[in-house]
Design a protein around this ligand. Structure first.
Ligand SMILES: [Zn+2]
Ligand SMILES: [Zn+2]
Ligand SMILES: [Zn+2]
Ligand SMILES: [Zn+2]
Length: 316
């Protein structure tokens, strides 16, 4: 089955959008130039200056203790304890603590635990003097002051939880420095030809000459009626090596029809990439750094868009 169901003019923009989408899945911000200047779109990304991993430019909350494993980690409500800090004496206490005796007469307190729609509310009554308070009205357990504020602390080390506005995605990197890198992209879309080959028209002079520029050949093919998206990503150097050295038509003719070499597998293997990405997600969830590193190495070998993510002359 051939795929001539989209008009060729429209098909060009399908290829651009598909390639842009692949990059956005890999944390690139993509933009279209206002005017047609050979570049189809521009991709930008924040990366760590030290290890070149993706840099997350958003606010996260994490532990303030530099020696704690929770220091550079995005925490959720299971990773911190909701405590209060006394504004009079500075003591940090858990308003749900059950093992402290009555502040008036030092007799034992009985606790009634109530939990409504996820909100815990404990009622305390003294067995000696009948003093009463709840977890909401409870004063400082040390000095009894009623002036206290919410003060979440880390469940691992009891240090304060603080907002942090960015972090390196490499769990082992503590770098504080990042950079914005840029790539420019040209996309050529190709229908599968009648004889089952893929071809695209391209003239060398139309290629932007910069090491940060990439040419993406997109094609949509069918295998047993199953639609498949194919991407072939080339740096300017790779293009020159593949096409210019032994094919003068790339220089002379606007409509030189170019075909990927048959002997090599160039196109991106989507299935194997998606499988590895699913495993990476799992490893991240489990915080399995060893597995994460192995998988990331493998992804680098199979992801055709990975070459945009290498440090290139002109980056920083
Ligand atoms: Zn880093
Ligand atoms: Zn009492
Ligand atoms: Zn106090
Ligand atoms: Zn901590």
């Amino acid at each position: 089955m051939k795929n001539q169901d989209i008009k060729s003019g429209l098909f060009g923009s399908v290829g651009e959008n598909m390639a842009a989408f692949e990059l956005s899945k890999r944390n690139w911000y993509v933009y279209r130039p206002y005017f047609d200047n050979k570049i189809d779109f521009i991709a930008q990304k924040f990366v760590c200056k030290r290890c070149f991993y993706d840099w997350e430019s958003k606010h996260i909350i994490c532990c303030s203790n530099k020696n704690c494993p929770n220091q550079n980690k995005e925490l959720n409500k299971n990773n911190y304890i909701k405590t209060r800090k006394c504004l009079s004496c500075g003591f940090i206490f858990d308003k749900y603590t059950e093992h402290i005796n009555c502040p008036e007469c030092n007799a034992e307190m009985t606790v009634k635990k109530d939990k409504r729609s996820g909100q815990k509310n404990y009622s305390y009554t003294c067995s000696g003097c009948d003093k009463k308070f709840t977890s909401q009205t409870r004063g400082c357990v040390k000095c009894e002051s009623n002036k206290s504020i919410e003060f979440p602390v880390c469940e691992k080390c009891n240090s304060a939880i603080i907002p942090k506005n960015n972090k390196c995605n490499n769990p082992e990197c503590k770098s504080e420095e990042y950079a914005l890198i840029i790539r420019t992209i040209q996309v050529k879309s190709s229908h599968e030809e009648d004889r089952g080959t893929i071809g695209f028209n391209f003239k060398m002079q139309d290629l932007i000459d910069d090491p940060r520029h990439f040419l993406v050949v997109y094609s949509r093919t069918f295998e047993d009626f199953k639609e498949k998206h194919n991407f072939w990503v080339m740096s300017v150097e790779e293009f020159k090596k593949e096409y210019v050295s032994n094919n003068a038509s790339t220089i002379i003719y606007q409509n030189a029809r170019l075909h990927p070499p048959k002997d090599k597998a160039y196109f991106f293997n989507e299935v194997s990439y998606n499988k590895k990405m699913a495993r990476i997600k799992e490893a991240k969830k489990k915080n399995d750094i060893t597995l994460l590193k192995t998988l990331e190495k493998k992804i680098k070998q199979i992801d055709i868009f990975g070459k945009l993510n290498q440090k290139i002359k002109g980056d920083f």
